[in-house]
Ligand binder design. Sequence first.
Ligand code: NIG
Ligand code: FE
Length: 412
Amino acid sequence: MLIINIGCLVGADRERRSHLRGPAMKEIDTIADAWLRTDGELIADFGPMSRVPAPRENEEVVDAAGGWLFPSFCDSHTHIVYAGSREMEFIAKINGLSYEEIARQGGGILNSADLLHATSEEELYAQAMERVNEITAMGTGCVEIKSGYGLTTADELKMLRVIARIAGSTPMRVRATFLGAHAVGRAYKGRQSDYVTLVCDEMIPAVAAEGLADFVDVFCDEGFFTVEDTDRILTAAARYGLRPKIHANELAVSGGVQVGVAHGALSVDHLERIGREEIDLLSRNSTVATMLPGASFFLGMPYGPARQAIAEGAVVALASDYNPGSSPSGNMRMVMSLGCIKMKLTTAEALNATTLNGAYAMDCGRDYGSIAPGKVANFYITRQLPSLDFYPYAYATPVIRKVYLRGSEINT
Ligand code: NIG
Ligand code: FE
């Protein structure tokens, strides 16, 4: 396929980079008045219209009519497989309860676990696919999905099988993360250490035996799992080759960043509550600092210090955290705008954080996240835009006209 008359091609990447660190995130290459050619599922080449190649015999030619072309968002942290919704907690929060108080009263994650237990695998898949279709239409082309609303071996496997089924039925790239340690399952109330043993000795081997997860996660935070619990789980998972991507420092300065980096985590996520020490550590390592401004927005929490982390040289990604409790939205364009408005990132930084660095946080940076020859042809075309900065600025104006995944147009 040959796409012509692209008003501006955003995210052009001749070097096929896998990620951008610190100040390098300030750059995003654009080509005004451009063309792009795909070859099957991959990006073949691109350039300015002044040197557009002649279409090949039988080549489909698409006229972008001045619309802009962006690399698909790469959302490296979601929980989109869940049953039902939790707007009753939304109202409880409006009436003054905090996320932690709701969790302590047995709501929150355990509430979703009860709902998931009572929902068939088929129904769970149908509900999750609605969200998959929703985020596809909003420009996401690569997504990580976590388990963690099962909290028993059988229900965690059920969730992960649903994720595998999604991976087989969407053209989006899907990465699966086992999050058995999201909360202590109801049957283990007051016996957290025994629950951790269950995660290590029963769940992880079962998940690995079916090859259902790429990564392992732990909610390492105050009121949830300790640094010691996390260390046990990550050690057990390493035996099965599961790399960590963990929840850390959302509710407290938890030591989560340190234990994650010590285990070679691909990413440590949330980071609303980190200080100098954590930023130093992240800037000296390749563990991605993934921040989730949608959760800060929805729960009224502080925003992660993305500005400082970039200045110090960390690899920063932004993700949606799409989940029923702390971020019921997978809108990555909104995440990008929150990055600009609340975290003071430039448009280029926020775009890099939601595309290329998100891909890297899923170990997919070589194949996704920018418009590079040889990368997968995942992109979308917008209407004409007055400038790149208009995109995060007009944060709720719909602009996407066409979505392409693996080189094919998707009916959204
Ligand atoms: O990333 N923090 C832990 N897990 C999710 C919330 C899960 C829920 O409340 O259902 C998060 O915010
Ligand atoms: Fe999360």
